[in-house]
Design a protein. Sequence first.
Lengths: 126, 126
Amino acid sequence: MQPQRYSRQREAILLNLKGRCDHPCADMVYESLRKEMPNISLGTVYRNLNNLAADGSIVRFTVGGKERFDGNTTPHIHFVCDQCGEIQDVFHHSVNDFLSQMSHLLNCTVSGAHMVINGSCQGCRL
Amino acid sequence: MQPQRYSRQREAILLNLKGRCDHPCADMVYESLRKEMPNISLGTVYRNLNNLAADGSIVRFTVGGKERFDGNTTPHIHFVCDQCGEIQDVFHHSVNDFLSQMSHLLNCTVSGAHMVINGSCQGCRL
DNA sequence: TTGCTAATAGTAATCGTTACTATTATTATA
DNA sequence: TATAATAATAGTAACGATTACTATTAGCAA
């Protein structure tokens, strides 16, 4: 399940994701890494993003039928602007409160949760 | 933007979705409708599901990279069992409370929101 | 009825993602 | 340090969900 060997590519992918806050999709990570690693393969990016998400090093979520990735693993939710597509992080204690409340409410084991709020951001509303 | 003419197909699609609670994907709606409407096209199902979601007659959300549709437009969230894949509706006043709280917290116009909680349902936990 | 044209059926094309395979690179061991 | 075992990669092909295209059908106003 977990990676057994180090690879330069996986480290670069994790570092790239930790160093940006635009919630990229796999292709955006690929294009970004190609500048420093011209031969990296798109398949390698996908495989490692999947591995990193599986072991909790990064977070994956879906917006508009497309997978996005987030290097910030502190629990938070995302605000998506329907106009410009920008994805903003929302950190607030009420998010954690709500999640634990749901966890208690459901008679189920909760492994994870993610919320996406849609709307118009300040810039697009003007 | 909105449909300008009635169509038997659109009505059947909406009725089908309102009459089930298994949060089907487009293909499931298509297979179901083929029994009563053998010539209906998958493209027609997709187009109308998109139209109906756009004008708020139904709700669309994504689970595992696949679009699902819900005929129940009362605000609620979804619990997805990682084992069996079942999607349960969760109605609770705290959901509405949380959404309105988020709406105030963000300095943004909120058009909609959706939360997916993952875990193991009662049946699969045993 | 008739005419206009939105909506459809059927199919082709697209796009994001995964699978496959020969090659490369990491790591344990001598 | 050299060697062997094999995990991970690069490059490409395949796949599945969704959208686009086009000739035909059907809803609706006159």
